[in-house]
Design a protein around this ligand. Structure first.
Ligand SMILES: [Zn+2]
Length: 68
């Protein structure tokens, strides 16, 4: 079985730069994980809103109480 990763463009909720992240296919809908912004290095919560064979819908949000 191949481990395929979905590449998604996200917009950082801190610096508003757009960059791409790789979403692991093992993540289930409703799960979230933390990815550091590639530009400003602040932690972004990435929430899996929908996940099917070739499409992943994600939401991004700031980490509460962890403002820099
Ligand atoms: Zn950023």
């Amino acid at each position: 079985m191949r481990e395929e990763l979905s590449e998604k463009n996200i917009t950082c909720p801190y610096c508003w730069e757009t960059f791409s992240v790789l979403i692991e296919p093992s993540l289930e809908v409703g799960e979230s994980y933390i990815e550091d912004c590639y530009i400003c290095c602040r932690p972004i919560e990435i929430f899996i809103a929908h996940n099917s064979h070739d499409s992943v819908d994600i939401r991004v949000s700031r980490i509460e109480g962890n403002e820099f």
